[in-house]
Design a protein around this ligand. Structure first.
Ligand SMILES: [Zn+2]
Length: 71
C-alpha cells in the first residue's frame, strides 16, 4: 500500500504538528515504556500512522505503525 501525499508529509513531523484532515484517531495504545501512543487511520489511503515517543523521553513524532523500531 502507498501513502497518500498528506500522510507522506505527516511522517517524521514532530508531535505538535496536528493530524492532517483525513486522519481519524482509531486507538490509544500503551507502549512497553508505559507511555501512550495514538493510532490514526487515514481515510484516503488507509494507512495507519502512529503518534508516539519511541522511548518516552524523546518528543512525540509521527511514524508509520510498521516503522522500524516498533515491535
Ligand atoms: Zn493517507
Amino acid at each position: 500500500m502507498t501513502l497518500c501525499d498528506l500522510c507522506e508529509s505527516q511522517l517524521g513531523r514532530p508531535g505538535h504538528v496536528p493530524p492532517h484532515p483525513r486522519l481519524v484517531m482509531s486507538a490509544t495504545l500503551r507502549t512497553a515504556s508505559g507511555h501512550n501512543a495514538f493510532v490514526y487511520r487515514c481515510g484516503d489511503c488507509g494507512q495507519t500512522l502512529l503518534l508516539a515517543s519511541h522511548d518516552g523521553d524523546t518528543p512525540d513524532r509521527w511514524t508509520r505503525l510498521d516503522a522500524d523500531g516498533w515491535n
